[in-house]
Design a binder for this molecule. Structure first.
Ligand code: PA5
Length: 493
């Protein structure tokens, strides 16, 4: 597959101390808050060791107990999926994912995707970034036959779930009409997550009511994605699913690192996202990470700059400023990736996603003048997908915009971005720019793989295991024991 050169770039000039020949209060402030070139150079040897370590962790057949969990399978997954698909076609894992997507597209006008955390956020990020902003509202013709997509089971919100059921009840009336049929994808790696399991039970009952009881009909309208054992797997077997009807979360790929498995790829393929281009972008990034020197290696640069700003300059709040509405869910995906991977042993940066310019009008004041604990990583899309929209002339010029009539919405965004970076620079507030030439499958593939790899590198630099999330178990244990105990006297159940 030939793709235009869509390499993503990383630029960290906004975090580097300028070379100065005169003492000024600003130069002093910048020296306190920005990184010196020597600090970055000083980390390079360690970075090369960490890259070597991360690369070798891919190959370990039987890792020692102290290294567990070790979920490095995501690193080579994109290349492996593409390679097997080239050799085995429909019989490969990617072939099965594409086939399942095709079937659901032909079968239903609406698809509900159930999952939480790593079993939800990646698919939502891809859907929001790469589909039409109003995909679900578009007439069928404009959606080119792709189903509408809904996400549930990512919370326990009674009224939101009821709203979805009502929507389905009122729009899916006649099961003989394709556009009025609906289907579900249920995703849980462990198969035991209560949020997803409870939603699935309710959705499954609803599907049975709509299509009539009968496992054959149900199986045509449900695609489960889970591990090779666990409660969801067992339930599917009891419902009559054959092994080849259950898509797999591969062993050695952790939940929040699973976007390039069926977990993210099936929902993406259902709505027509080119998953091969995604995988190609991701595998290109793996190669760049493993082969390129620091100077051309965005993974190592991003990890190094953010690591040093956190450990040496106390910038523990990691702001991802996305300069496109369509990337907000990508930001939430990164929030989980960073928080669950590095928030351990009493340390780790605190992630925060802001959408610009929207949040300049809410958080901007604090980021300009508040506590000096932040680094702002800008995520910028260079060219919009559509032609830039001009502001235009108007007879009534009370808003004073005629002087800007030829400027476009893209020009305004560009000015806001450059102006904000300049304001932060002049206040000695560190920034970096992560630049996507366009928003496409290929750039999203690179970006997500880059952030996953950088998170693993950062974990190793901190001496923290980036895989696993032992701290999440505490609430689950309490929740279950509260659910199973009788309600205290006098209190409603
Ligand atoms: O990163 C992780 O492993 C977690 O966030 C999981 O994705 C999340 O808890 C959902 O788990 P499961 O897919 O087992 O339902």
């Amino acid at each position: 597959m030939q793709l235009p050169d869509e390499s993503i770039e990383f630029n960290y000039q906004g975090s580097l101390c300028p070379l100065i020949d005169a003492f000024t209060p600003l130069a002093e402030l910048q020296a306190q808050n920005f990184l010196s070139q020597e600090a970055i150079d000083g980390l390079k040897k360690r970075l090369m060791e960490v890259r070597q370590q991360v690369a070798s962790e891919r190959e370990l057949p039987n890792p020692p107990a102290k290294m567990l969990p070790l979920d490095a399978g995501f690193i080579d997954l994109p290349a492996k999926l593409l390679d097997k698909h080239r050799r085995k076609g429909d019989d490969s894992e990617l072939g099965r994912i594409l086939k399942a997507a095709e079937k659901l597209r032909a079968e239903a006008g609406r698809v509900v995707v159930l999952g939480i955390g790593g079993s939800y956020l990646g698919a939502k990020a891809l859907f929001d970034a790469l589909c039409h902003t109003y995909h679900n509202e578009l007439p069928e013709k404009m959606r080119m036959g792709k189903p509408r997509l809904y996400f549930e089971g990512n919370n326990v919100d009674n009224d939101a779930l009821q709203d979805l059921l009502e929507l389905l009840e009122n729009t899916c009336i006649d099961p003989d009409i394709q556009d009025e049929r609906w289907a579900a994808v249920v995703i849980s790696k462990s198969g035991g997550t209560i949020e997803t399991a409870a939603a699935y039970r309710i959705i499954r009952a609803e599907l049975s009511r709509f299509y009539g009881n009968g496992s054959e009909k149900l199986r045509k309208r449900i695609v489960p994605i889970t591990g090779k054992s666990g409660k969801l797997y067992e339930l599917c077997k009891a419902d009559g699913f054959a092994d080849e009807e259950i898509l797999n979360v591969p062993d050695g790929v952790g939940g929040r690192f699973s976007v390039f498995s069926a977990v993210g790829l099936l929902p993406a393929a259902i709505v027509g996202i080119d998953v091969r281009a995604l995988l190609l972008g991701a595998s290109t990034m793996t190669r760049r990470f493993l082969e390129e020197p620091f100077e051309r290696n965005p993974v190592l640069q991003y990890a190094a700059v953010n690591h040093l700003l956190a450990t040496e300059k106390k910038k523990n709040t990691r702001v991802l400023a996305v300069w496109s509405k369509k990337l907000e869910s990508l930001g939430l995906w990164y929030d989980q990736l960073l928080a669950e991977s590095l928030g351990k042993q009493g340390i780790g940066p605190t992630p925060l996603t802001v959408v610009q310019t929207r949040d300049l009008h809410s958080r901007g004041q604090q980021h300009q003048e508040g506590v000096r604990d932040k680094v702002v990583n800008n995520l910028i899309v260079k060219s919009p997908r559509h032609a830039p929209i001009p502001i235009g002339m108007a007879d009534n010029n009370q808003d004073d915009l005629n002087s800007l009539a030829r400027k476009t919405i893209s020009d305004v965004l560009y000015a806001a971005c450059v102006g904000t970076n300049q304001a932060y620079w002049e206040a000695a507030r560190p920034t970096t720019n992560l630049i996507l030439p366009v928003l496409s499958e290929h750039t999203m593939g690179q970006l997500m793989q880059m952030l996953m790899l950088a998170t693993v590198v950062e974990g190793r630099l901190l001496g923290i295991n980036p895989y696993g999330q032992p701290g999440v178990e505490a609430y689950k244990k309490n929740m279950l024991s509260i659910l199973k105990s009788p309600p205290p006297e006098g209190k409603p159940s």
